[in-house]
Design a binder for this molecule. Structure first.
Ligand SMILES: [Zn+2]
Length: 282
């Protein structure tokens, strides 16, 4: 009996010892886990300032727009627009008119100024006629006469782009056109937002152009303007400032459209736009 009691006491003592040992073990593990977590947290906190912002900068997609200016060159406003684009580290595209190139040495110089700044220059037409109101021969001659006028000023001049006056061009002319036909997807209507009689009226016109650009521009936009008006130059300067602060880059049409660009097709949003023929996207 004495032995049995002794063994019972020994068993109870061992059981207590085992329980104590187990609980001590698990208590030991907890701080270790917490330590290792806090170590890795403190390690990542230390890395954050050097690594994370750089990663975000690299992965953030660039937003790009192509500002385009028709009907020039103009001795004052073309240069002003080029300077503004350059101040933002960007470039723009001009669609020139043949008779404007021939108008004076100042006009020719403005064209050269745009080329020297690596801006892109495409053809608009020689006499600014509508291509849906002329025959095929006249259409092709409008383009070749504009090219000749440009080459007289800059003998090495080449281009892959044209823009039809008012965006109007018959489908059969697009197919035979030796250039990519470039339309737009943001219309600033600057051609009717100028000439206000008072300073206040002009300020309202300029504000309307800027608002249209800031409201409508998105990555891939081709923005239609005209380098014929002071309002346009001022509005471009203000809009460029705002878009640049939002992270936009200003690129040429060829930079924006890249390899998609080809002669005999209409472009607006980076891809050939067949629907624009029917006027659906205007
Ligand atoms: Zn025009």
């Amino acid at each position: 009996m004495k032995h049995t009691r002794f063994y019972r006491i020994l068993f109870f003592f061992c059981a207590c010892l085992l329980l104590f040992a187990l609980s001590a073990c698990s208590d030991d593990e907890k701080p270790t886990e917490t330590e290792s977590e806090s170590e890795s947290e403190s390690a990542s906190v230390t890395d954050e300032p050097t690594e994370l912002p750089t990663e975000e900068e690299n992965t953030e997609p660039k937003k790009r727009v192509a500002f385009t200016f028709d009907d020039g060159p103009h001795p004052a406003y073309t240069k002003r627009i080029v300077d503004c684009a350059r101040a933002h580290g960007g470039r723009v595209t001009f669609f020139v008119v043949g008779y404007m190139l021939n108008r004076s040495q100042d006009h020719a110089d403005a064209f050269l100024y745009a080329l020297d700044a690596d801006c892109e220059v495409g053809l608009h037409g020689f006499s600014h006629i509508n291509y849906d109101e002329c025959d095929e021969e006249t259409f092709l001659s409008e383009l070749s006469r504009t090219l000749d006028a440009a080459k007289r000023i800059a003998p090495d001049f080449k281009t892959a782009l044209m823009r039809p006056v008012g965006g109007r061009i018959p489908e059969e002319y697009v197919k035979i056109c030796p250039y990519a036909v470039v339309k737009w997807n943001v219309d600033t209507r600057d051609w009717e937002r100028h000439g206000g009689a008072s300073e206040q009226e002009r300020e309202e016109e300029i504000r309307a152009i800027v608002d249209e650009i800031v409201k409508s521009a998105k990555d891939g936009s081709i923005i239609l303007m005209h380098d014929l008006y002071e309002n346009t130059a001022i509005a471009f300067e203000r809009a460029a400032e705002i878009l640049a602060s939002e992270g936009y880059e200003f690129v040429t049409v060829s930079e924006l459209l890249g390899e998609d660009l080809q002669a005999g097709k209409i472009f607006s949003k980076g891809k050939p736009i067949e629907a624009m023929q029917t006027g659906k996207n205007k």
